[in-house]
Design a protein around this ligand. Structure first.
Ligand code: TXA
Ligand code: MG
Length: 327
């Protein structure tokens, strides 16, 4: 592999139209969403989808999310039941992914790793919306990073993480600026009697439960959810350095990632005012900034486990877990 990454192109109507054309021709495009950048491909083109898995070195048993422009397009791809409709009305477009029975037989089975369900999301980012509108196809898009690495929240993160097209990466990185939400979408399986929270994310559990009642947590009983959403696998959000949670200060060699007004002034601070939305938006880019020399580890102060704090703590726990025993 060479060091050449794909060109970073400012997302305007001309570059978005070119990207849409490329997607329809089977190419891969990195594009912004409000959560993280995605690596998109035509969900109906099995060859293009196979290249997405190859580019990320992602195991093919880990299914992809299909992005569509609106609820009508979602209903063409999958079967929306009452719960799905209520959630779609409340949170789409936005950082929510719904797992439902698949409907559109043109969508490659590789997208859903052979499952009879499909994960569908309607992103709110104007560039993602324009791209989906121009392409007029369902676009499968995992986060635009190598499997097991931290998701990209800026175009430059994609460039350092993925090679260019001649080495199997995207043809183009559409630059839509930094992502507002900063953590991936919340994934809810609505194909079971009680909806199941498969991944906490950009829509809070509190808001979802206010709309549809209590969510179940994944158990062996509700259809081996661990297999259904391998994003829940422990080693998933791995930075290079070890992460230590619930820190109140640093040990020798550690960087401090703070939260709130009590953090030391010299710490990098997820949110000095303790705003969880700001903390989520800063999380991945701040970890990237601290993830290397002169530091040997990253100590992270406690973040409250409510609202977006649940998604933040989920990612931090995985990052800490994956670094156990790492050198
Ligand atoms: O915010 C996001 O969701 C971003 C942006 C680009 O949309 N995408 C993203 O994709 O995070 P990815 O591939 O990194 O995570 C997809 C998650 C995984 O946890 C996967 O296992 C789960 O969705 N998933 C996909 N299809 C599924 C299905 N049929 N059943 C259960 N889980 C599924
Ligand atoms: Mg990912």
């Amino acid at each position: 592999m060479t060091n050449d990454h794909a060109p970073i192109v400012t997302a305007d109507s001309a570059s978005i139209a070119a990207a849409a054309k490329c997607l329809k021709a089977g190419g891969l495009i990195a594009f912004p969403t409000e959560t993280v950048y995605g690596l998109g491909a035509d969900a109906t083109n099995a060859d293009a989808i196979a290249r997405v898995f190859a580019a990320k070195q992602r195991p093919t048993f880990n299914p992809l999310i299909v992005h569509v422009k609106d609820t009508a397009a979602a209903n063409a791809a999958g079967h929306l039941n009452d719960t799905a409709r209520t959630l779609a009305d409340a949170f789409w477009p936005g950082p929510l992914t719904l797992v439902m029975p698949r409907k559109d037989e043109r969508v490659s089975l590789l997208v859903s790793a052979g499952l009879d369900t499909l994960a569908i999301r309607v992103p709110a980012h104007p560039v993602a919306q324009a791209l989906l509108n121009d392409a007029a196809i369902p676009v499968a898009a995992p986060s635009a990073n190598m499997a097991g690495c931290i998701s990209p929240t800026a175009a430059g993160h994609v460039a350092v993480g993925l090679p260019g097209a001649k080495d199997g990466g995207p043809e183009m990185i559409l630059d839509g600026g930094p992502c507002d939400v900063g953590v991936e979408s919340t994934v809810v399986d609505v194909s079971t009697d009680t909806p199941v929270l498969l991944r906490p994310g950009g829509v809070t559990v509190e808001d979802i439960e206010a709309a549809v009642g209590p969510l179940a947590l994944p158990t062996a009983a509700n259809a081996n959810a661990a297999n259904k959403s391998p994003g829940m696998m422990d080693r998933h959000y791995a930075p290079g350095l070890p992460i230590r949670l619930d820190a109140s200060g640093t040990r020798p060699g550690e960087a401090l990632l703070g939260f709130g007004p009590d953090a030391p002034a010299d710490a990098m601070n997820l949110s000095p005012s303790a705003d969880l939305g700001e903390a989520a938006a800063n999380l991945f880019s701040m970890i990237r900034t601290l993830d290397g020399p002169p530091f040997k580890a990253i100590a992270v102060m406690a973040v409250p486990d409510r609202g977006l704090g649940r998604a933040i703590n989920d990612r931090l726990r995985r990052a800490a877990h994956s670094s156990e025993g790492a050198s």
